[in-house]
Every structure is written in structure tokens, then in C-alpha cells.
Design a protein around this ligand. Structure first.
Ligand SMILES: *Cc1c(COP(=O)(O)O)cnc(C)c1O
Length: 332
């Protein structure tokens, strides 16, 4: 069989699942009675919030590190793995590396608050604090790769990362084989691309709907332009969906272009409503990026009547101040 250019196939997702079994949680898919009634559809929630690091990113990070060990041996990784991320990806790399017995160095700017630094250290990684911005922290990552022989674990743009996230798609197909649609947050595209590759291979008629922020939607603007473009980053309740896709993107741009059927963009107000609704009615704490699927259903007029729909609740990494901000916007 010919390998697609983006390098992600159903076989690579199955391979990922075998590698990460035991490192990540096979998360539940639960039916929401309230949302099913509200949208006159069967609404299912995929609880990635139950991963030990609070988000799905563990799947991709664990798959890539395990694949590197498998291919090159543990000794080749003696210098360790590295990345620059304060958020779910940094936590995922720290946790997966510790579990797989590989040293991890997470580079963070000096502006990252002490509690976030401590949280990553507590997962077993070394934290290096450099510079005053994410860009400077990333410069340090490049230096560690060049000078110390460390291995970069990127947040989305690698077929091993996307295949790891794609294991969510396999679980969805097992738990809801007749699924009509998956609604999933879209940023760098590892999550949507991986899920789409798995689901489309098993059930081609299932619809993959991506949801981006109203402003700074790098993947969506890149798809419109026909090539990766840079966008201005805007602060959002869904901070995990911020950031670019990389002007030299070599995997997820092509992958998302291939598998995504529908797309919508959601406002901050819609995200705030969705976060508070999920907390109040589902009793689940989710971050903004995990609430965009519901925001799209509620505010975008996305018509799913009669469909069987999975919303991927991608993570719970939300600070209480952010939740307070969402509640203040909604007035509840
Ligand atoms: C990273 C992340 C996303 C987006 O994933 P991409 O692979 O970058 O598209 C969505 N939700 C949460 C919670 C995330 O951490």
C-alpha cells in the first residue's frame, strides 16, 4: 500500500495504540442526556479530561517517545527529549518520558508562573528557564537539540504525534461504530488529523468537523490560502488552541486538508457559555479548547438533528481565574 505524504495511516494508528497501551487511559465515551435532548441528536462525550495529565496530548507524546526507543534503542535517547510548552504538551512529554525511562528537559520562559513550573517538575522533568518569551524558550530547545543531542518532541507536526492522537478515533469507532460525526477542536491539527485518519479509514461516511477560534485560526487560514501562513495570536479562553502551524509544516497541514469535512469558528462568548454549561449540566470541568465543540453546536447553528455525534472533551487544564472569567462573561 502506498504511504500518504503526511505519513499517517490506519496502520500507523493501530501501531500507536499497541505502543501506548498501559501508558495512557482508554477514556470513556458517555452519552449526555441533556445535550441529546437540547440538540435533538445523540450527543456523546469523549472524556480525554481523564488522562493522567488532564489532556489527550499524552497519546501523541507517548507514541513518539516509544517509537524512538523501538527504532533507535534507549541508549540513543540518553541525552533525553525536549520541548518548549507550558501547557498540556509540556506536561505530556514530562509524564511520558518519565514513564518510559527517558530524561526530559522542558524549556520555559522566565515569565511562566512558578506553579506551572512546579507542576512540570513534579511530573519528573527538568525545567530550564530561559528568556522572556515562548520564542526564546524554543531557541533554547533548538540549542539543546544541536549541542546536547537531545530529541525534539513537537506538539503536533509529526506523523507519530498525529497517529498517537488518532488512537482516540479507534476508540470512538469501537464504542460508537455507527457514529455520524466527530466535532473536535483544531489548532495545529494533530488531534483532528489523527482522529480523522482513523475514523475515515474505518467509516468513510462519518463527518469530521473542526472548530477553531474566531481570531488567529492558523490552520483554517492556511487551508484557505492553500499553504501554511502565519497569523497574529490573540488571547483566548481556549488558550490551548492558540499558536501557528509552522511555515515549514510537513504533516498536519496535508492531513487536515485530507480528512476535515466541515469547519466552524467560535467566539469567546460562545466558548464561555459552553464551559459553564458543561460544568453545570455535565459536572465536568473542561478548559476552553475542550468546550469549542459544544460552542459550535450552540452558537453556530451547526445542524446535527438526528445524528449520532461525538464531542471530544480534549482537556481540563483550566486555571480557576480563567473559569471565573468565563462565568463572569456568562453571568452564572
Ligand atoms: C493541543 C490541544 C488541542 C488542539 O490540538 P492540535 O493537535 O494542536 O490541533 C485541543 N485541545 C486541547 C486541550 C489541547 O491541549
Amino acid at each position: 500500500m502506498s504511504q500518504p505524504q503526511h505519513g499517517v495511516s490506519l496502520a500507523s494508528v493501530y501501531q500507536a495504540r499497541r505502543r501506548i497501551a498501559g501508558q495512557v487511559v482508554r477514556t470513556p465515551l458517555i452519552r449526555s442526556q441533556a445535550l441529546s435532548e437540547r440538540f435533538d441528536a445523540e450527543i456523546l462525550l469523549k472524556l480525554e479530561t481523564q488522562q493522567p495529565t488532564g489532556a489527550f496530548k499524552l497519546r501523541g507524546a507517548a507514541n513518539m517517545i516509544a517509537a524512538l526507543i523501538e527504532r533507535h534503542g534507549r541508549d540513543a535517547l540518553a541525552a533525553g527529549v525536549t520541548t518548549a510548552s507550558t501547557g498540556n504538551h509540556g506536561r505530556a512529554v514530562a509524564y511520558a518520558a518519565a514513564r518510559l525511562g527517558v530524561p526530559a528537559t522542558i524549556c520555559l520562559s522566565r515569565l511562566v508562573p512558578a506553579n506551572k513550573v512546579a507542576a512540570i517538575e513534579a511530573l519528573g522533568a527538568e525545567v530550564r528557564r530561559v528568556g522572556e518569551s515562548q520564542d526564546e524558550a524554543f531557541g533554547e530547545v533548538e540549542r539543546l537539540v544541536c549541542e546536547r543531542g537531545m530529541t525534539l518532541i513537537p506538539p503536533f507536526d509529526d506523523p507519530r504525534i498525529a497517529a498517537g492522537q488518532g488512537t482516540i478515533g479507534l476508540e470512538l469507532m469501537e464504542d460508537a461504530p455507527d457514529l455520524d460525526r466527530v466535532i473536535v477542536g483544531l489548532s495545529g491539527g494533530g488531534l483532528l488529523g489523527g482522529i480523522g485518519a482513523a475514523v475515515k479509514a474505518i467509516r468513510p461516511e462519518a463527518n469530521i468537523t473542526g472548530v477553531s477560534l474566531a481570531h488567529g485560526a492558523a490552520m483554517w487560514e492556511s487551508l484557505q490560502a492553500g499553504r501554511p501562513v502565519a497569523v497574529e495570536e490573540v488571547a483566548s479562553l481556549a488558550d490551548s488552541l492558540g499558536g501557528g502551524i509552522g511555515l515549514d509544516n510537513h504533516c498536519t497541514f496535508e492531513l487536515v486538508r485530507e480528512v476535515m469535512d466541515d469547519h466552524c469558528q467560535v467566539s469567546e462568548e460562545a466558548i464561555a457559555h459552553a464551559m459553564v454549561d458543561i460544568l453545570e449540566h455535565e459536572k465536568l470541568l473542561v478548559e476552553g479548547a475542550a468546550a469549542v465543540g459544544l460552542a459550535a453546536l450552540a452558537a453556530h447553528g451547526l445542524d446535527v438533528r438526528g445524528e449520532r455525534v461525538a464531542l471530544v472533551l480534549s482537556g481540563n487544564g483550566v486555571a480557576l481565574e480563567t473559569l471565573d472569567r468565563a462565568r463572569a462573561m456568562v453571568g452564572r
